[in-house]
Each structure stands twice: as structure tokens, then as C-alpha cells.
Design a protein around this ligand. Structure first.
Ligand code: FAD
Length: 336
């Protein structure tokens, strides 16, 4: 079994040279994952001179190449929980932002001619056991309250527990993240943006005229503004980190017999299990109670061998499919 990402098979990550001398620009972006490159792209479109730096030699991020690449407006952590925590207006705003983000990726693919396999598809949330139906019912009601499109399904591509139903979220999407990243790199550089790998942010100083970013090897970048897109903050080591719990997400994959899974239709919740059988079908299986069931999200875990925790998921994956043995070929993970 390999732990390299599925996406590397047909699109690797590109390298860019280190920043060797001081630079000046309108916007310096720290981090070249999807967040950093998307922001750099939007700024470059408006004529801003952009410099992107990343500590890695390769461009495209650390988490971004490991994603299962579901562009979902359905919420991993449930809209009913978000409403409880923040109220209906914030939940509605959050949902609208997700819809806008997915639409934006679709538009960028179209406008820039990026062949990133962008596909609209349904998201299907499947209860792992009948007891989880109460969560799905709450989620259905919450979605209806704030205007999220959702409907009940009596049948799902994965076998449903006795007496259970699934939720269908139409108009979700999926794409190839590394093909998309390549397209963004071209679009940024095509507008005069500079991208540097192997260039580590260490500090910055703000003044009335802008900001000066210091890099580990010495060169400085003077800019009107700096944007930090490092996933885990490096510019403020207290405000966010003290409020976060380390979380690790795993994805495992293996082939299933052709025709046993419908067209690439379904995904479920991120607190779940994700399989990617070739040629293109995939699904996730939701588990409403990660503490009891275990899941692909592990709270409080720090770095460790990627394969060890995924071993716990393998039997569960095999049990869910119930259509015969699946040789698991891949396990991947990332911390956030
Ligand atoms: C298994 C798995 C499945 C997932 N599935 C989904 C999914 O289906 N849908 C979804 O929307 N999300 C999913 N995610 C989450 C998604 O992948 C991340 O939210 C997203 O990729 C984060 O992008 P980013 O640009 O913020 O971070 P990254 O891609 O991690 O990029 C951050 C970059 O900052 C750089 N950096 C850090 N520190 C410095 C420094 N000091 N100086 C310079 N550069 C620095 C890093 O080298 C890195 O390249 C999944 C994640 C995992 C692990």
C-alpha cells in the first residue's frame, strides 16, 4: 500500500526557484496551497504585482495535494450545529460563501481554460447506523430553515441501515486539485506574478506604507500588503493556536469491481470514510458519532506514521462496501 496521494498519478507538483534577492510588490502571499494561489490569482487579475513564497521546494501546498477534492456546500460539521453556535444569519452567510466559492472555481476553470476535471455532482450523506438518523433529521430541518437545497433519499449508492434514509445535496462538485493548481500557477505567472519555492517566512514588520516580510535565507519582500495562507498560522502563534485542537484526516482508496458503484455521484460527511475506486466512482460514508465509531477525523493527534491509524479504518471500509474484498491501495492523511 502506498501513502502517496491519488492525484500525483497524473499531475505532479511543479518546482519554482528560491527568492535570491530583495523584492518589491503590491501583495506578498505566504503559502502556495489552494488558498494562497487563489488569492494571488484574484489580486493579479486586478493588476496587482504579486509575489508568492512557499517554504517547500514544490508549489501547491501541503494539505491541498492530499484533499479528497469534494467541493461541498454541505457542511462537515452540520448546519444544525452551526446554527446552535452562531445563529441562522451566520449559518446562511456561511452557506452562501461556500456556494460562491464553488461557483468561483468553476468560473476560473472556464475563464482560464483550466482542464481540472471540474464536475457537478450530488452529495449524499449516508448514516453509518440507524441511530444516526436523528442527526440527519436535525440537519434536514436546519438546511430547510436557512435555504440549503436538500432532499431525502430512500435508497443510496451504499447500502442503508435498516429503516434509514440518506440526504441528497444537489449541485456539489469535484475537481482534480493538482491540475487546478497548475492552472492557477500559469494564470498568476501569465499576469506577471512571481512564485518562489524553498523560501521560508520568518517574520514581518508593518509600517504606515505597508509591510516588510523577512525570509529565512535573508532576502526581504517589501509589499503594500501581506496575505498569510499557510493553513496553520505562522504570523500569530498565540491567537489561533490556543483555540485549536490538532485534527487529522485520513483517506483510503482501493478498486471495486466496475459497475458496482453508480456514476461518481456521492459523497458524505468529512467525518467519514472516503474510497476512490477507479475509474471514477467515489463516496463517503457519514458517521454521526466519531467518538464511538472512530472515523477518518482524529482529534488531538499529532504527527505519526500515516499508515498506523489508517489500518483501523481498513476493516471498516471493507465492512461498509459489503460487496466482496477490496484490496486497499492507498492511504493518505493530513493534519489541520
Ligand atoms: C485526507 C484529506 C481530505 C480532505 N478532503 C477535503 C475535501 O474533500 N474538500 C475540502 O474542501 N477540503 C478537504 N480537505 C481539506 C483541504 O485539503 C484543505 O483545507 C486545503 O487544502 C488547505 O489549503 P491551504 O492552501 O490553506 O493549505 P496548504 O495546501 O497546506 O498550503 C499551505 C502552504 O503554506 C506553506 N507554508 C507554511 N509555513 C510557511 C512558512 N513559514 N513560509 C512559507 N510557506 C509556508 C506550506 O509549505 C504549504 O505549502 C481534506 C484534507 C485532507 C488531509
Amino acid at each position: 500500500m502506498t501513502t502517496s496521494s491519488f492525484w500525483y498519478e497524473d499531475a505532479g507538483l511543479e518546482k519554482r526557484p528560491r527568492l535570491e534577492a530583495d523584492a518589491e510588490c503590491d501583495l506578498v502571499v505566504i503559502g502556495s496551497g489552494i488558498a494562497g494561489l487563489s488569492s494571488a490569482y484574484e489580486a493579479a487579475r486586478f493588476g496587482w504585482r504579486v509575489v508568492v513564497i512557499d517554504r517547500a521546494e514544490t508549489i501547491g501546498g501541503v494539505m491541498t495535494p492530499r484533499t479528497t477534492a469534494h467541493l461541498a456546500t454541505a457542511l462537515d460539521d452540520y448546519y444544525h450545529c452551526l446554527i446552535d453556535a452562531r445563529g441562522k444569519d451566520d449559518a446562511r452567510t456561511y452557506h452562501e460563501s461556500q456556494v460562491a466559492a464553488v461557483n468561483r472555481i468553476e468560473a476560473i476553470c472556464r475563464d482560464e481554460g483550466i482542464e481540472a476535471d471540474f464536475t457537478r455532482l450530488d452529495g449524499i450523506l449516508v448514516p453509518a447506523e440507524a441511530a444516526h438518523m436523528s442527526d440527519l433529521k436535525k440537519e434536514y430541518e436546519a438546511c430547510r430553515t436557512i435555504g440549503v437545497e436538500v432532499e431525502w433519499l430512500d435508497q443510496s449508492p451504499l447500502p442503508l441501515p435498516q429503516g434509514a434514509r440518506a440526504l441528497r445535496f444537489p449541485n456539489q462538485a469535484r475537481f482534480h486539485p493538482l491540475k487546478y493548481i497548475r492552472g492557477l500557477i500559469q494564470a498568476v505567472e501569465g499576469r506577471g506574478g512571481r512564485i518562489h519555492g524553498g523560501t521560508v517566512y520568518v517574520d514581518h514588520v508593518e509600517d504606515d506604507g505597508g509591510v516588510t516580510v523577512e525570509t529565512e535565507a535573508g532576502p526581504r519582500i517589501r509589499a503594500k500588503a501581506a496575505l498569510f495562507a499557510t493553513n496553520s498560522p505562522v504570523n500569530d502563534k498565540v491567537a489561533i493556536h490556543t483555540k485549536q485542537i490538532p485534527d487529522r484526516t485520513y483517506a483510503i482508496a482501493g478498486p471495486v469491481p466496475k459497475g458496482t458503484v453508480p456514476r461518481p455521484a456521492d459523497l458524505g460527511h468529512a467525518r467519514s470514510l472516503s474510497l476512490r475506486p477507479p475509474p471514477a466512482a467515489e463516496w463517503r460514508r457519514g458517521s454521526a458519532d466519531r467518538r464511538r465509531r472512530g472515523s477518518s477525523h482524529r482529534h488531538g493527534q499529532r504527527h505519526g506514521p500515516a499508515l498506523r491509524p489508517s489500518r483501523g479504518l481498513d476493516p471498516r471500509a471493507l465492512r461498509l462496501v459489503r460487496r466482496g474484498p477490496i484490496p486497499l491501495v492507498r492511504a493518505g492523511d493530513g493534519a489541520h
